[in-house]
Design a binder for this molecule. Sequence first.
Ligand code: SAH
Length: 251
Amino acid sequence: MISFVGAGPGDVDLITIKGRRLLEDSDIVIYAGSLVSMEHLGFCRKDCQVHNSASMTLEEVIAVMERGHYRKESIVRLHTGDPTIYGAIREQMDELDKRGITYQVVPGVSSFTGACAAIGKEFTLPGVSQTVILTRMEGRTPVPEKEDLELLASHGASMAIFLSVKEMGKVADKLARGYGRWDVPVAVVYKATWEDQKIVRGTLRDIGERVREEGIEKTAQILVGDFIEGSYDRSLLYDPGFSHMYRGAKE
Ligand code: SAH
C-alpha cells in the first residue's frame, strides 16, 4: 500500500496516530527533505529504506513507489504539514492512477493552523471575519490573475500566506492596497512548532522591515487580518440567551 502522509508542521508529535503507525510499519519512506523533521525517521524500522525526495524528480519518486508496490511493500510518502496544500501530490496520484496502483491520503496538521496556534489566536471571529484565505504570492510558480493578493485582500478576510516571506515588502504593499489601510495586524511565524520557532509581529506598515531585521527568508507563515488584534463579538453558540439543538436558552 502507498500512503501519502501529512507529517505536520514540525513538532514530530503533531503527526496523526494513523500516520505514525504507517511510518512504524513502513518498508520504504520517501520524505520531503527540506521541511520534514528527520526525527520522524527515528520511528521507522532499522531496515526501512529511506529516500529524500529533495533531490528526486517526479519520475524517480514514482519509480520507487512502483517497485515497492509490485513487491507488496508498505510505502509512506511523507509530506510536510497537510499533503493537500502545496504538496504536489496530485501529479503523483495521477501517475499512480495511470498504472492502476492504489493509494491512500492521510491528512496532517497544516502549518497555517500550526502558526495560528503558535500566536494563540482564532482565524474566524464573529464580527471580524468568517473566512480564511490560504494563498501565496507568485514566485516561479504563477498564480492566476484573479487570485492576486491585492484582490483577495479586498475582502478583508483572515489570511494565511504560504511561500512568500522572501518578498515580505512586496506582499505588504499589495495587501495594504487591497485592505485599503496600513494598520492591519500581521504575524509572521517562522518554523511554527519547531524548537527554533520565531514570531514577528507588526502591521502592514512595518512588517517588511521587522522580518528583514530578523533575517527570515523562508519556512514562514504570514498571518494577516483583524483577528490578530482588536475587538470581536461573542459567539452565539456559547451565549446563555441562545438556544440550539443541544441546549435551551438560560433566560
Ligand atoms: N503542505 C504544507 C505546505 C507546503 S509549502 C502545509 O500544509 O503546511 C511550504 C510552505 O509552507 C513554506 O514556504 C511556508 O510558507 C509554509 N510552512 C511549512 N512549514 C512551516 C512551518 N513549520 N512554519 C511556518 N510555515 C511553514
